[in-house]
Design a protein around this ligand. Structure first.
Ligand SMILES: [Zn+2]
Ligand SMILES: [Zn+2]
Length: 238
């Protein structure tokens, strides 16, 4: 039985397949290939460091362009669903329609398959960034930490495992950690005191064979004593 499109009467063909009584061209015209609930996206962006909030996590970004890219590929893809008869829906590309800023219009090119025929379909979205302070910048502003252990070049799953092992043996580690922040190329552990940071650095370097480097940053005076913040860098040995 030949299938016809209920809207335009065209016959089913390889280039313009008819599924459930509607051809690809008509689905496209009617905007039915991609189901979009919300064309406006409201995203928190740190005004100090440009970190962008993706779900519950904060991710570093280098600026509006980078933040927009992360929103398109990490947030927006979860805001759409394939339309009737559509499979393999993906985001192929996007372009900026307005200059990247706190409010930016992006044209997102979706790609998918309808009745065996691949299609590309553009949809415009508006990304509204809400200027906020991320937890890290808040913490840095408050100056509540005394030491940072910066771990680089280690597989994050392996690091998680070793970290769990160390803290499960001595809960004082957890009590003295202010925050744990994933950066683009590693993890930063913030501590209330130098001693715990050093102990943690030693333990990590023992298990993961890391090279330890210490640096100080003078942060001012408190009760006549100069304070220095300790930075410990941990990297694989070359
Ligand atoms: Zn049609
Ligand atoms: Zn920030």
């Amino acid at each position: 039985m030949v299938r016809y499109c209920i809207y335009c009467g065209v016959e089913d063909s390889i280039d313009n397949p008819v599924i459930n009584g509607v051809c690809l061209n008509c689905r496209m015209k009617r905007g039915e290939l991609v189901v979009v609930n919300e064309r406006n996206l409201y995203i928190e962006l740190c005004r100090s460091c440009f970190s962008v909030r993706i779900g519950y996590k904060w991710r570093e970004s280098t600026g509006f362009d980078d933040a927009i890219e992360q929103v398109v590929y990490s947030v927006l893809k979860n805001k759409v669903k394939p339309g009737e008869g559509v499979s393999n829906l993906t985001i192929n590309d996007y372009e900026l329609i307005t200059t990247p800023s706190w409010r930016t219009i992006v044209r997102v090119y979706f790609r998918g398959v309808y009745g065996g025929k691949e299609f590309e379909y553009p949809i415009d979205f508006t990304i509204y960034f809400k200027p906020v302070k991320c937890p890290r910048c808040k913490m840095i502003d408050s100056g509540e930490f005394e030491a940072v252990v910066q771990i680089r070049g280690i597989d994050s799953k392996l690091l998680d495992k070793i970290f769990e092992k160390i803290v499960s043996r001595d809960r004082r580690f957890v009590e003295n950690i202010v925050d744990i922040i994933e950066t683009r190329n590693g993890v930063d552990l913030y501590f209330y005191d130098h001693g715990t940071a050093r102990k943690m650095a030693k333990q990590l370097s023992k298990y993961l064979k890391l090279r330890i480097k210490e640096n100080y940053e003078v942060t001012g005076m408190r009760s006549g004593v100069s304070r220095a913040r300790l930075y410990i860098s941990l990297k694989p040995q070359e």
